[in-house]
Design a protein around this ligand. Structure first.
Ligand SMILES: [Zn+2]
Length: 67
C-alpha cells in the first residue's frame, strides 16, 4: 500500500525516466544510467552515470538539473 509520499516519488521517477528515454551519447551510443536515492519527493536525488561527461551533460540538460 503506497503512501502519498512514495506515490509522488514514483511519479517523479517515471517523469525523469521519460525525459531520459531518448537520450543517447552521440559518441558511444550508450543510454545514461539513473539511480534514485531517497524515500520521499522532498529528499529524492537523482544520480546519473554514463560512458562520458558528454552523455552526462545531455542527460542533465534533459531532466533540467545541474549536479
Ligand atoms: Zn559517451
Amino acid at each position: 500500500m503506497a503512501t502519498v509520499a512514495s506515490t509522488g516519488v514514483e511519479e517523479f521517477k517515471n517523469a525523469t525516466c521519460a525525459k531520459l528515454r531518448d537520450v543517447r551519447c552521440p559518441v558511444h551510443r550508450q543510454p545514461p544510467r539513473i539511480r534514485f536515492e531517497g524515500q520521499s519527493l522532498r529528499e529524492v536525488t537523482v544520480n546519473l552515470s554514463g560512458c562520458c561527461s558528454r552523455l552526462l551533460d545531455l542527460a542533465n540538460r534533459a531532466i533540467g538539473t545541474r549536479q
